[in-house]
Design a protein around this ligand. Structure first.
Ligand SMILES: *Cc1c(COP(=O)(O)O)cnc(C)c1O
Length: 346
């Protein structure tokens, strides 16, 4: 088990002198501000975001998530946090990252952009977590391990104890991407970040919290990791509007919506297998279903013709013949079933 992550940092990051913004130097909110070269004429946006605006939203999200504000990093989507993991921990062309396959595409894309080798280990039978194979694929240059749970696109969540085993045994950072955790009964690892300094839990406001268009992603981690992420991110990575709208939308409880989505997921999982064209509906801990059908391309095109768009995952290794279908409103789901029912009669 790792107790100090200092040795995992890239040398340039360990020695980084971070940029200090005007708003970092003077934190008050009253006075005449001639410190940041802003246009002085007010239009609601002429000033740079103040740290206090962000701290208010951070405190609110931390309270909702039941974590300390010091353990919460807010990024421009989870994608920013994924990219930061590479920039903070991986030496290009020397270090490598490990993940499961199939999983979320951004881990590999960010590895490519940062010129970091990306190693994937296929999931086991029924999309089970290949714990020993993941550890076997690591060497002394393995800095990151991305584990998505519930996993996109396989929809299953992993046993927290199994994930923690990897956190304990892997000599690098383990990033558990919990973008869909609110739809799962398996629970989050977020409370373990104080015990494991090499654990980063990713969550997002994009899915259950209904703010995909705003771009707010969260990393919950040891204070040290959060503080390094803050030094490496762009100085003002989240805009004024995003902060104030996120604060407002967070006042509204989404629990009813989540329950409805979970109920609709159950309904779809029961009805879809009754169609001839459906071979299997995989168990889901997320707000989508991975559905194996007799002819994925044909059904996909049929749905498109009816202006209903799903994701064709049939060319992804491990997802042959599969469509990924997001759970919509009851009306949208009924339309989906009507189109498939029609297609099934062919
Ligand atoms: C949708 C999704 C995200 C969310 O990314 P944002 O940049 O926060 O919108 C993260 N991880 C996975 C696995 C996802 O499917």
């Amino acid at each position: 088990m790792m107790t100090d992550i200092s040795g995992l940092l890239r040398a340039n990051i360990a020695g980084l002198k971070p940029y200090s913004t005007a708003r970092d130097e003077y934190k008050g909110s009253l006075g005449i501000f001639l410190d940041a070269n802003e246009n002085p004429y007010q239009n609601g946006y002429n000033r740079y975001p103040s740290p206090s605006q962000k701290e208010k939203v951070r405190a609110r999200i931390a309270a909702i998530k039941g974590v300390k504000p010091e353990n919460l990093f807010m990024g421009n989507g989870s994608d920013e946090a994924i990219d930061l993991c590479y920039r903070v921990f991986c030496e290009p062309r020397i270090d490598n990252a490990i993940s499961i396959a199939p999983s979320y595409g951004m881990y590999g894309v960010c590895a490519d952009i940062n010129d970091v080798e990306f190693r994937t280990v296929p999931l086991g039978k029924d999309f089970s977590l290949p714990v020993e194979e993941l550890l076997k694929s690591a060497d002394e240059h393995s800095k990151l391990m991305f584990l998505c749970s519930p996993n996109n696109p396989s929809a299953n969540a992993y046993d927290p104890q199994q994930l923690l085993q990897l956190v304990e045994r892997f000599n690098g950072m383990v990033i558990v991407d919990e973008a869909y955790v609110d739809f799962s009964s398996k629970g989050s690892l977020k409370t373990y970040v104080n015990r494991y300094p090499n654990l980063i839990v990713l969550q997002t406001l994009s899915k259950a919290y209904a703010m995909a268009g705003l771009r707010v992603g969260l990393a919950i981690a040891d204070e040290k990791v959060v503080s390094i992420f803050k030094q490496v991110k762009y100085p003002y990575n989240i805009g004024i509007d995003t902060l104030s709208i996120a604060g407002k939308i967070l006042e509204k409880d989404v629990r009813d919506q989540i329950e409805e989505i979970i109920a609709q997921r159950g309904m779809l999982s029961r009805i879809l297998p009754e169609f001839r064209c459906v071979e299997k509906v995989y168990p889901s801990d997320a707000n989508f279903l991975l559905v194996k059908v007799t002819d994925a391309r044909e059904l996909y095109n049929r749905l498109i013709a009816a202006e209903l768009i799903v994701r064709d995952r049939s060319t992804t290794p491990g997802c042959e013949g599969c469509l990924r279908i997001t759970v919509g409103t009851p009306e949208e789901n009924k339309k989906l079933l009507d189109i498939i029912s029609d297609y099934d009669k062919r």
